[in-house]
Design a protein around this ligand. Structure first.
Ligand SMILES: NC(=O)c1ccc[n+]([C@@H]2O[C@H](COP(=O)([O-])OP(=O)(O)OC[C@H]3O[C@@H](n4cnc5c(N)ncnc54)[C@H](O)[C@@H]3O)[C@@H](O)[C@H]2O)c1
Ligand SMILES: [Zn+2]
Ligand SMILES: [Zn+2]
Length: 362
């Protein structure tokens, strides 16, 4: 059945988002229609609205979601109607050069739905990160649906669909944080706080949280930060060094993604340490560094796409850890809001008032 549902779209760069009727086609081969129950508001949605990611307006925003599979297309065997799933933007292909070498978390040819959702006048929509989930029902590739335990509520489970997974994975997967490590995390929004939670889970013994907002630093402590630095009041590099016996942290995670924060990360790590860039820079940003410092400090400079996660491996495992009380996923949810409050949620995100606003759908 073709569905006509309400969704939140961004029509042009910088314009406020608006509610619109979205036409969701029948699932074709390999596709599924999912009834969305909850979808978090991620900074990347705001990047889309500002035209910072691509110019393919109009966008159907939202990509951090959980829901129930409603219909499946021909050839879909891994999921069936009624399954409780978290949507992912890494439906691995199994055939690209990364997958064939046993690195599916790097898949370079991930699947999305082949068909487009569209507006009533036929205008095709570009779904954010190939998902588009600020909508009652969405069309995705079946591989984008990862089954998890229904004991976790949709508001909590959906978080793993993007920002929280990106942060947890930046620490655990990309940064390979391990027992006894010192870690510094610059930027303690949803992504950075998750990087702190991931570092704590992995056994880091010193975790320095850096932000420009004391409220975020307070929350960071709840997720496991042992030290905090207000970047407006202190020299970030000096402070991190002081808090790590004068040497710098083993792993520094930049969850802001600007030349300034990345350069701080670069100099705030110990010799042979690791920098992980998980914040997404804007297209015009540049860095200028002495190449000798890059060589002389050794170590590795990494980027973390989606926390280098493999959804089929990581989502059910992290939900299990949450259900066992070992990962406080529920603490990321600052507020639950309705579909028509996303502009407000962007303002609150901008003002630093929230870790995650999560849209609940009836
Ligand atoms: N790599 C990925 O796969 C991936 C996935 C999701 C989100 N992201 C990106 O991660 C970034 C963070 O997302 P979020 O949802 O946590 O955003 P957010 O707005 O909730 O958090 C950003 C935090 O950084 C702080 N901050 C800003 N400037 C700072 C500075 N100079 N020094 C220290 N702290 C500073 C803010 O106070 C805020 O607490 C965004 O760029 C987002 O697009 C990346
Ligand atoms: Zn692949
Ligand atoms: Zn996101």
């Amino acid at each position: 059945m073709v569905h006509s549902v309400q969704g939140v779209i961004a029509r042009s760069a910088g314009a406020p988002v608006e509610l619109a009727t979205v036409i969701v086609p029948n699932p074709g081969p390999g596709e599924a229609v999912v009834r969305i129950q909850a979808c978090g508001v991620c900074h990347t949605d705001l990047h889309y609205r500002e035209g910072g990611i691509s110019q393919d307006f109009p966008f159907l925003l939202g990509h951090e979601a959980a829901g129930i599979v409603e219909e499946i297309g021909a050839g879909v065997t891994d999921i069936q109607p009624g399954d409780y799933v978290v949507l992912n933007w890494r439906a691995v292909c199994g055939q690209c050069r990364a997958c064939l070498r046993g690195r599916p978390h790097l898949c370079f040819a991930t699947h999305n739905a082949a068909q487009k959702m569209h507006l009533e006048d036929g205008t095709p929509l570009s779904p954010a990160l190939g998902i588009g989930a600020f909508v009652e029902k969405t069309l995705v590739h079946a591989g984008q649906c990862t089954k998890v335990s229904p004991l976790a509520t949709p508001a909590v489970a959906g978080l793993l669909g993007c920002g929280v997974m990106a942060g947890l994975g930046a620490a655990i997967n990309t940064g390979s944080v391990t027992r006894g490590d010192s870690v510094a995390v610059i930027g303690c929004g949803g992504v950075g706080a998750a990087a702190i939670a991931g570092s704590s889970l992995a056994g880091a013994t010193r975790i320095v949280a850096v932000d420009i907002d004391d409220r975020k630093l307070h929350i960071a402590r709840e997720f496991g930060a042992t030290h905090t630095v207000n970047a407006k009041e202190c020299d970030v590099v000096e402070s991190i060094r002081e808090m790590t016996n004068g040497f710098g942290a083993d792993v520094v995670i930049d969850a802001v993604g600007t030349p300034q924060t990345w350069t701080q990360a670069f100099y705030a790590r110990d010799l042979a340490g690791t920098v992980v860039l998980v914040g997404v820079p804007m297209p015009d940003q540049r860095i200028d560094l002495p190449l000798l410092d890059v060589f002389g400090r050794g170590g590795s400079l990494k980027s973390s796409w989606y926390g280098d996660c493999l959804p089929s491996r990581d989502f059910p495992m992290l939900i299990d850890l949450y259900l066992q009380g070992r990962l406080p996923l529920d603490r990321f949810v600052t507020e639950e809001i309705a579909l028509d409050s996303i502009e407000d949620a962007f303002s609150k995100m901008h003002a630093g008032d929230v870790l995650r606003s999560v849209v609940l759908l009836p």
